[in-house]
Design a protein around this ligand. Structure first.
Ligand code: ZN
Length: 422
């Protein structure tokens, strides 16, 4: 142990000069072996200093400089003693904190990494901070989300007043965590967090859509970021997740619609439309192979998505003639006829509507409910056109197919019709 009274053996000016040397890091090769201290002091010239200690104080000191040759205790000796003293003294936490207080982030990183070369230190760091791995972080956040969501599952409604606090809590936890994960480039984890929160909404019982709206928006903001992430497959990640969830029957309507809109607005390109159109054509081909051109009513469960097919054609810029041609090619589908009928109605082409309805009534004769619906529409149109003969024929035609009660109803309608004719 070095006795700090060694300083008394030096002149103040020499101590100051020695301190400057020491602070500048001029001391190298410092070696302390029992009572012997040895070091090299750099400066204009390099001097080897050797000191022999006794009872904590220097007994004999040697330096090669002129000052020492004159018999003085030189600045080099003082510098070495300061360095030896520092090396010996236990460093307090206070010292450490003063040393690292002003380090930059990079310097701190390097320092920690350097320290972590020591296995014990590395283990300690892992123990203390591994819970901040993206995976662990997700678990932690998930538990916190449990607490936010628990009150509104099954046993309690989320009302407008509670929803303010609820949404703020959920959104800020979601957004903060996602940002942290994002900064760590844990994009997939950020996405998983957003989908976890989104699906939790499936169980929340709320008064009004707006009570969960901002949470949905926060989730979708993350999806948008993932999609736009350059150099990744974010688009497919989000898309395949959405598609898989939309096939899940337990998803409530509001979530389904939100996902569907997101897919349409953010993820659907003309290439997707073309792909979907081809897919519909494949099923259509198979369907026609099996059923030929036999009429297909709207109650046929697994019929090809012809409505969607027409929508896609229009979306892709097909002109009216092209769409019409396709429709007539697939006239056996009640859906196709329905679309054409609605278009004719919108143009005010009642004649066309009537002709499609009359045709459909025959084509879909096997489906009494559909026939009745056509018939109702026809009767209305005949009446509007003042075509009493058609009305009478239609009513008579229906008469045979109706229940007793309905027959009586028709009977009265025909009587009324005839009384007008007098
Ligand atoms: Zn010297």
């Amino acid at each position: 142990m070095i006795d700090k009274n060694w300083r008394k053996k030096f002149r103040n000016i020499t101590l100051e000069e020695g301190k400057a040397y020491w602070e500048e890091g001029a001391i190298s090769q410092l070696d302390i072996q029992g009572d012997r201290i040895s070091a090299l002091v750099g400066g204009t010239w390099n001097y080897r200093v050797n000191i022999l200690m006794k009872d904590g104080l220097p007994k004999t000191m040697f330096c090669g400089c002129m000052d020492a040759a004159d018999g003085n205790h030189c600045k080099h000796m003082a510098a070495v003693l300061l360095a030896a003293e520092e090396k010996e003294r236990p460093v307090s936490h206070l010292d450490v904190s003063s040393y690292i207080r002003d380090l930059s982030r990079d310097e701190l990183m390097n320092l920690v990494l350097d320290l972590a070369k020591d296995e014990y230190t590395a283990n300690r760091i892992a123990f203390r901070y591994s819970a901040r791995s993206p995976e662990a972080q997700l678990k932690k956040v998930s538990r916190m989300m449990d607490e936010f969501f628990e009150p509104y599952r099954d046993h309690s409604f989320l009302n407008a007043i509670e929803s303010c606090v609820f949404q703020r809590n959920v959104c800020s936890l979601l957004e903060d965590t996602a940002e942290e994960l994002w900064n760590r480039k844990s994009y997939e984890e950020a996405f998983r967090l957003s989908t976890d929160v989104f699906l939790r909404l499936n169980d929340v019982i709320y008064d009004d859509f707006s009570d969960i709206e901002s949470i949905m928006d926060s989730c979708m903001d993350i999806w948008k970021k993932i999609i736009r992430l350059p150099g990744t497959d974010g688009k497919n990640l989000v898309k395949s997740w959405l598609k898989a969830r939309m096939n899940d029957d337990s998803i409530r309507e509001i979530l389904y619609e939100t996902m569907e809109d997101f897919l349409d607005e953010e993820l659907t390109t003309p290439d997707d439309w073309r792909e979907e159109l081809k897919e519909i054509d494949r099923t259509l081909e198979l369907f026609e192979k099996e059923h030929g051109k036999a009429p297909v009513s709207e109650t046929f469960l697994h019929r090809p998505k012809v409505r969607k097919r027409i929508g896609l054609m229009e979306e892709l810029g097909a002109d009216e003639a092209e769409v019409d041609a396709w429709c007539h090619e697939h006239w056996q589908f009640a859906d196709v006829r329905d679309i054409c009928m609605n278009k004719a109605e919108n143009r005010g082409d009642k004649k066309k509507v009537i002709s499609i309805l009359e045709e459909s009534r025959k084509l879909d004769a096997a489906n009494p409910l559909l026939v009745k619906e056509y018939s109702d529409r026809l009767l209305k149109l005949y009446e509007e056109a003042g075509d009493r003969k058609k009305v009478a024929d239609e009513l008579l035609d229906r008469f045979h197919h109706e229940s007793h009660e309905e027959q009586r109803n028709i009977y009265h309608r025909i009587r009324k019709l005839l009384s007008k004719e007098e």
